[in-house]
Design a protein around this ligand. Structure first.
Ligand SMILES: [Zn+2]
Length: 311
């Protein structure tokens, strides 16, 4: 039976590019911030915090904590309350899985209390570009430690050894964006996959930010070859799950890709209409405001931005 459990509760977030997040920063709502977060234990010393935006990972080591993504600036007070409900240890590193504002919006506040923000080189680059349009007082929260090359096809890895716990950061290539990293905690058999993995909603491939459908299929397929059967996965959006869901996701992406390749003359809309959705639609639902079957096929066929564009 497929674990549709938790889906409605956890899919309350949205995925917003950095520019959209900048608009959110205009009207902070700290009262809301105190009430939106929920903490779920994923394994010993690894937690998933949900709120609004991408799923947050929290790793607690002997002396420090590490945060993976941070949603929005206005939610940071509530996020810190959620962290405190689990540990009093200081957050040493903040890791960004990619640059989107619903994963990095809290950077601008959290940079004052972490030792360093860590991300792929292209995350820093894209945040710099986006922040150039903001007034100076609103800039900040850039990753200080960057791994990888600007060419997203070049793989990269960084290991953090933190008081008894190893944390592995890997960049396998372009997928959701050109700066995705996956964060693994081998001792706990947990991996945070950022927005390379959507569960419950159709995946967004941000082709305008260097993401590619082909690359996403490649990296999901690669993870599926080595991830232990008992591993737990924190997706960027959707419920905590396991390898069974990852394999199903890989098969889904391959089916979408295969349908697009087999019908090169069909438009994305025609591809969407002629695709057999039945095996997949329980786990991947369209959002008419964001990613629809037609925009997914736009991304798969390399013919569009992978999301609904409002005029
Ligand atoms: Zn994203």
């Amino acid at each position: 039976m497929r674990p549709s459990c938790l889906l409605p509760a956890l899919l309350i977030g949205t995925v917003l590019p950095l520019q959209a997040h900048a608009r959110h920063r205009v009207a902070p709502d700290p009262v809301t911030a105190q009430k939106v977060h929920k903490v779920q234990k994923v394994a010993d010393n690894v937690f998933c915090i949900t709120g609004q935006g991408g799923n947050i990972g929290l790793i607690v080591t002997e002396r420090h904590a590490v945060l993976i993504d941070d949603q929005f600036e206005r939610l940071v007070p509530g996020l810190l309350e959620a962290v405190k409900s689990v540990t009093d240890k200081p957050i040493k590193y903040l890791i960004n899985t990619h640059f989107h504002g619903d994963h990095t919006g809290g950077n601008v506040v959290l940079e004052k209390q972490v030792l360093a923000i860590v991300a792929h080189t292209n995350v820093r680059k894209r945040m710099l570009t986006a922040q150039a349009k903001l007034e100076p007082a609103k800039r900040g929260g850039l990753p200080e430690l960057a791994l990888g090359e600007e060419d997203p096809l070049i793989k990269a890895r960084l290991d953090i050894h933190l008081s008894g716990t190893d944390i592995h950061l890997v960049h396998y290539g372009p997928g959701h964006t050109d700066g995705d990293i996956l964060v693994g905690v081998p001792s706990a058999l947990v991996i945070h996959m950022g927005d390379t993995f959507f569960l419950g909603m159709l995946p967004f491939i941000d082709t305008e930010a260097g993401g590619t459908f082909e690359g996403l299929v490649a990296q999901i397929s690669l993870v599926a070859t080595w991830l232990p059967d008992t591993a737990k996965i924190i997706p960027g959006h959707g419920p905590v799950c396991g390898k069974k869901e990852l394999v199903h996701y890989r098969d889904f992406l391959i089916a979408v890709q295969g349908h697009a390749k087999a019908n090169p003359t069909k438009s994305p809309k025609e591809l969407a209409e002629s695709f057999d959705k039945a095996p997949w639609e329980t786990d991947w639902k369209p959002n008419p405001q964001f990613v629809t079957w037609a925009t997914l096929f736009e991304a798969a066929a390399g013919k569009g931005p992978g999301r609904v564009v409002k005029p």
